[in-house]
Design a protein around this ligand. Sequence first.
Ligand SMILES: [Zn+2]
Length: 206
Amino acid sequence: MRRIVNTAYISKIEGTPTGVWCTQFSVEEIMKLDIDALYAIAMEDTGRTIPPEKSPKAQRNFVEFLCDEYDIRHTVSNSIDWMINKITEATGSIKPMLSISSEYIKPPRECIIKLIERNIERGHSNHDHNKVIAFELINGGWSDKDISFVFKSIYNEPAGNWGWYTNDPNKAGSKITALRAKGINRYSCDKLQELRVCLGNKCSCR
Ligand SMILES: [Zn+2]
């Protein structure tokens, strides 16, 4: 922001207030009012502030847009943190937002990404699959918010008491918190094959 809201504009020539206040407007006001009406409001120190509207969807759209700009391939199951990390790698200009050191981050393997996509498509998963997904994403450095988003996308219904996500998009499900606390490694390739999660010989996990 160029100016602090609800402060007077100072004339650069005179060094005195111009009578116009730095004023926030809602989108509705900008669309409905003409410039004279907007100025009339800005001539008074209204002291009002409009809280920003934070939209996870808008954030995701924006990050996906940046990925496209930098030719970073992404799917619905890539987390925002993952994409930001890729953008950081591509540009070297955005500060990483991951909370754990990148040395310990293992990007989710191909068959798990496919499992997530499959389960989102059929709107169903099971306890084993959920644990596979949860450990994979926790080990991948994903945030509670992004893990919740994946499980919510799979089930597409109110969270209930299952513990994989909550109705608060920023809060982890109780199971995720418990699994995180265990600090366990993600599933081995052998185990993934045993669970028939990994079916392809060409998968990166083999
Ligand atoms: Zn695999």
